[in-house]
Write a protein that binds this ligand. Structure first.
Ligand SMILES: [Zn+2]
Length: 319
């Protein structure tokens, strides 16, 4: 395989900086060390070597790149092309990263990352593009795509349609992550970061504005999903209004009592949520208590009606 790769680059007129022996070692690391399939190892090494040449990736591969579907990524280190719409651009917290956000197509959505060193044109929110030579990545079971210096970015004339990704999740709410409940957010434009101890990570000391949210984990028996409730959804699932939450916090001189209270109310109970997936989070639109809880209520109602019936039958018998 190493000889083939070496020859392929020679034929394309590129001066490789790696010897055949080094190429063989790269392949061996992937195949033996990381159990990567042989054809994927081949593609991975070809792309890595291509990075250090002037060759055009699309013509090097003869336009035969894999076509990737945003909603159906299930392997890492796969190179390919995709037609997508940029749905969201997210704040970037590291100088090595130029852009990151959410992209989507007919099959669903995924995250993308572009690196500063690749020096690519910037993607615009809401615009559609054909991306060539992107590579898939995996982190804690979530798949994403990475743009690199060989990635081609071609704006498309018409919008790529994105699949609606509203999902119904059913399961036990197994955890609530801090800070949840009553929180304060930075009031600066386009910031809204959570303010801890009166200080925003970006804007320093600020007078935070109250908000409610829940960061929770919903376990459907197969997977644990990270779900996010905004103020409205938090009020819906807990039955605690913003006013009541503020009152509880004032009484205790501590906002964390609200989170504790919500944890007591919710953890271990079953819920059904309609949620939109964005990256690794589900944003809850609608939520209701699920059958395990409802059954308890139904059983209680049945028991009390039986008791009533029994009572009246005994009264009749006595009469
Ligand atoms: Zn801020």
């Amino acid at each position: 395989m190493a000889a083939e790769i070496s020859e392929q680059f020679e034929d394309a007129g590129a001066n490789l900086m790696h010897s055949e022996r080094e190429i063989a070692e790269m392949l061996a690391t992937l195949v033996d060390g990381y159990q990567v399939q042989r054809n994927e190892a081949l593609s991975s090494v070809q792309h890595r070597l291509l990075e250090n040449t002037d060759l055009d990736a699309t013509s090097f591969f003869g336009g035969s790149n894999t076509s990737l579907d945003a909603g159906e990524l299930d392997d890492s280190n796969v190179w390919g092309d995709m037609e997508i719409q940029v749905l969201q651009l997210w704040d970037v917290d590291h100088e090595a990263i130029a852009q990151k956000g959410l992209i989507g197509d007919h099959s669903g959505t995924t995250m993308f990352t572009a690196f500063t060193s690749s020096d690519l044109p910037r993607l615009e929110e809401g615009a559609s593009y054909r991306l060539t030579n992107v590579v898939t990545d995996e982190y804690e079971g979530e798949y994403s795509v990475k743009l690199n210096s060989k990635t081609g970015i071609e704006p498309l004339g018409e919008d790529v349609e994105v699949a609606e990704t509203v999902t119904t999740l059913e399961g036990a709410l197994v955890a609530i992550q801090s800070p949840s409940g009553l929180i304060k957010r930075c009031p600066e434009d386009d910031c809204s970061r959570v303010v801890g101890s009166g200080s925003c990570p970006d804007h320093g000391d600020v007078a935070g504005e109250f908000d409610m949210r829940l960061k929770a984990v919903l376990d459907d028996g197969e997977d644990a999903h990270r779900v996010l409730f905004d103020q409205e959804a938090t009020e819906a699932i807990t039955g605690i209004s913003m006013g009541e939450a503020k009152q509880q916090a004032m009484d205790a001189l501590d906002t964390s009592v609200v989170e504790d209270r919500m944890r007591d109310l919710l953890v271990g109970r079953y819920y059904r949520a309609e949620a939109r997936q964005t990256g690794s989070w589900y944003l809850v639109d609608e939520v209701e208590a699920f059958h395990e809880n409802a059954d308890v209520a139904a059983l209680r109602a049945e028991a009390s009606s039986l008791a009533e019936q029994l009572g009246s039958e005994m009264a009749d018998a006595a009469a």
